[in-house]
Design a protein around this ligand. Structure first.
Ligand SMILES: C[S@@+](CC[C@H](N)C(=O)[O-])C[C@H]1O[C@@H](n2cnc3c(N)ncnc32)[C@H](O)[C@@H]1O
Length: 287
């Protein structure tokens, strides 16, 4: 069987992805090569030559990516902090920028024993499962109103529990329900939420428009509709000195914090930027 340099195959893949308008063609080409080879991306230099079946598999993966199918739908996984979750059609792909909110939440949990954590709008379960992985003593609850998303969350929760993480509790529920998780009123240390927040009518890349479920991305009221409901629930659920973090659109740098500040029981409102300096999530504490 004829062997070929992997370096050339990756260069060719990069060119194809660049022509297709993919935002990070070289990175994607390398991740797809690593996926096809079943190795970590930083191990690619250890495989200078590859067989024809590997080249064919890479070509097929690159063809799919060039059609703007999300990278994570092709590899089948997305990272969230220390874990990865399975993703595919029917569920929102977790984004790297959400890890900043996870980090804020985990820091808030330091020095708290057996904390209670709620992840609203959990999607694949990524945030809830990352917390459960980092804090085995935590009781973690995760909510979504979409059966397809919950099926992915169930699958991921089973995988993580099988790997030894503390099991989380999944709820089918709507954040618009004023009685959602009422048993936990005043008991929750941390509420995390990455809700749908893109203002309706906003143009988004094909990966989002054609593959993320619309109700996971877009929200009414200039993108603030679901966030308003989440803020109301957080104000009710949090224990004294508990914290809430809600991700928002980069156009919500004023609106996100203002919604939290409007709640009498919430204080110490802060808005946080992502690594690109864009307004990304707002936090507040109870009391
Ligand atoms: C942007 S995705 C976030 C998923 C996950 N938290 C993450 O960061 O990958 C938003 C999720 O909110 C869910 N959702 C939308 N509206 C909701 C509502 N009213 N109540 C509960 N979940 C909702 C969607 O089904 C979707 O899974």
């Amino acid at each position: 069987m004829k062997r070929q340099p992997l370096r050339l195959a990756i260069s060719e893949a990069t060119r194809i992805l660049e022509e297709a308008g993919v935002a990070s063609p070289r990175v994607d080409a390398e991740i797809l090569a690593a996926h096809v080879l079943g190795v970590e991306r930083d191990r690619l230099p250890l495989t200078p030559l590859v067989d024809t079946p590997v080249i064919d598999a890479l070509r097929e993966a690159v063809t799919r990516r060039a059609k703007r199918i999300p990278l994570q739908h092709i590899t089948g996984t997305a990272a969230m902090g220390p874990i990865s979750v399975d993703v595919g059609p029917g569920v929102f792909v977790p984004r790297p920028e959400t890890e900043l909110m996870l980090q804020w939440g985990l820091e808030l949990l330091e020095r708290r024993d057996a904390p209670v954590v709620v992840d609203l709008c959990t999607g694949s379960g990524a945030l809830a499962l990352a917390v459960a992985n980092a804090r085995p003593d935590a009781r973690v609850f995760a909510v979504d109103n979409d059966p397809a998303a919950l099926a992915w969350a169930r699958r991921n929760a089973d995988i993580r529990a099988e790997a030894g993480d503390t099991p989380i509790t999944l709820y089918s529920g709507d954040v618009g329900d004023p009685k959602l998780l009422a048993d936990l009123d005043g008991l929750v240390d941390l509420v995390l939420c990455n809700p749908p927040y893109v203002p309706e009518g906003t143009r988004v890349p094909p990966e989002v428009a054609d593959h993320d479920p619309p109700h996971a991305v877009f929200a009414t009221e200039r993108g603030l509709g679901v966030i308003k409901a989440v803020v109301a629930i957080a104000a009710r659920l949090l224990v004294l000195d508990g914290g809430v973090a809600v991700e928002h659109d980069d156009s919500h740098g004023d609106d996100g914090p203002a919604l939290l500040a409007a709640r009498r029981v919430l204080s110490r409102v802060v808005d946080h930027t992502d690594l690109a300096g864009r307004a990304r999530f707002a936090t507040a504490r109870r009391g």
